[in-house]
Design a protein around this ligand. Structure first.
Ligand code: ADP
Ligand code: MG
Length: 354
């Protein structure tokens, strides 16, 4: 498993270790990470510090580890690593459950074009090539607007902008500091409504399971101008047929035959209608954490989505039946905070997970 020290990777390992106890299985996990500190944290059997995924030696590093430990299944957790590994995994002689490389972390403009082509509701967008496109964006779409980098995740270089001047200052600042160029941005209609996330697992074009949640709070929100810091500290499960349907259609617009784990980000417009801002063949950070927490509290392995993924990827068949939609109970809150563990809440009931 690569990227096992990141927040999502750590959650994934934790979910598998719980599944081992609940399913009487034993997994040998060789974990890698580029960060030598976070590599120390997950409960893996062997730890190896990896080069960066962009380093030409990354492939050789993974291949060597696979051989050394007779690895049967490869799971690169962060999307940046998954995109690279998906490109060479077939040469390794191992099993995997990865989407096509082009499904993983597509740039926001490509994503937008696919969504429009697939008839999926998405905020209108203008591709920025030069600063003049900023004026055009405000003429065509009004204000406020949402400017964002075409590549990267976690709300990278995004900002709500009220007029062309703000947007141009934002672009110029990032240009001046060598972070990005004007052509690295897109500008979209600003969506003021609920911040929703749809997570789904697919097998050879068939939906296996999915759930929808609303992000309510982000940790350390004051460190970011948008208040978005990548992964929420408070989220709750919601049931909304229209939003889930839009999520499914977004995945199909990206790939008509999805295979692997796919995430969709949805913001609601001023009328409360769902619009897709991102569709990506990647794991949302908390997906394995939901599985860990809910399966632990409710004592039911079927909620453990990391376990389901691994067993399906390893054996090609489901260890049990799960609902295709709304895997987790409506109204369940997942609350997490740096150094404070995880709490689930449903109504007045509070469960301390870890
Ligand atoms: N057009 C938009 N209007 C308002 N907020 C947006 C818009 N697009 C994205 N966001 C916010 O930024 C967050 C991150 O954007 P997202 O589309 O998920 O891309 P990424 O996660 O790759 O940065 C979203 O969850 C949402 O809260
Ligand atoms: Mg996102």
């Amino acid at each position: 498993m690569t990227g096992c020290g990141g927040i999502g990777g750590f959650n994934f390992v934790r979910a598998l270790r719980l599944a081992e106890k609940m399913a009487s299985r034993k997994y040998f996990i060789a974990g890698t990470d580029f960060n030598p500190y976070y590599l120390l944290m997950p409960d893996v059997d062997v730890r190896a510090r990896s080069p960066k995924h962009s380093d030409p030696s990354f492939k050789e590093f993974v291949a060597k580890l696979v051989k050394e430990h007779s690895i049967e299944f490869v799971h690169p957790h962060p999307s940046s690593e998954a995109k690279v590994v998906a490109g060479f995994v077939d040469e390794l002689g191992v099993k995997h459950y990865l989407p096509r490389p082009e499904d993983i972390a597509p740039d926001k403009w490509t994503m937008y074009l696919k969504l429009v082509e697939g008839g999926v509701p998405t905020p209108k967008a203008v591709e920025v090539r030069t600063l003049e496109d900023v004026d055009r964006a405000f003429e065509e779409m009004g204000s406020p607007l949402w400017i964002r980098a075409k590549t990267g995740a976690g709300g990278r270089l995004s900002l709500k902008v009220n007029n062309p001047e703000e947007a141009k200052l934002w672009i110029r600042l990032h240009e001046a500091q060598g972070r990005a160029r004007a052509c690295d941005f897109v500008i979209q209609e600003y969506m003021p409504g609920r911040d929703l996330a749809f997570d789904s697992l697919w097998f050879e074009g068939e939906l296996v399971t999915s759930y929808l949640r609303e992000r309510l709070e982000y940790p350390l929100r004051h460190v970011s101008l948008t208040g978005i810091t990548g992964t929420p500290s408070v989220a709750r499960i919601v049931v909304d047929d229209e939003a889930s349907e839009v999520g499914l259609r977004a995945v199909k617009a990206l790939n008509p035959r999805p295979h692997g784990f796919y995430s969709v980000d949805i913001k609601e417009d001023q009328d409360g209608r769902p619009r897709v801002t991102e569709v990506d063949g990647k794991w949302h950070t908390t997906a394995p954490l939901w599985g860990y927490a809910v399966s632990k509290v409710l004592g039911d392995l079927r909620y453990n989505i990391a376990y389901l993924y691994l067993e399906l990827g390893l054996r090609g068949e489901m260890p049990f039946d799960v609902p295709k939609l709304n895997l987790y109970p409506e109204g369940l809150y997942l609350i997490r905070q740096l150094d404070a563990g995880v709490v689930l809440r449903r109504g007045e009931e509070v469960f301390r997970v870890a």
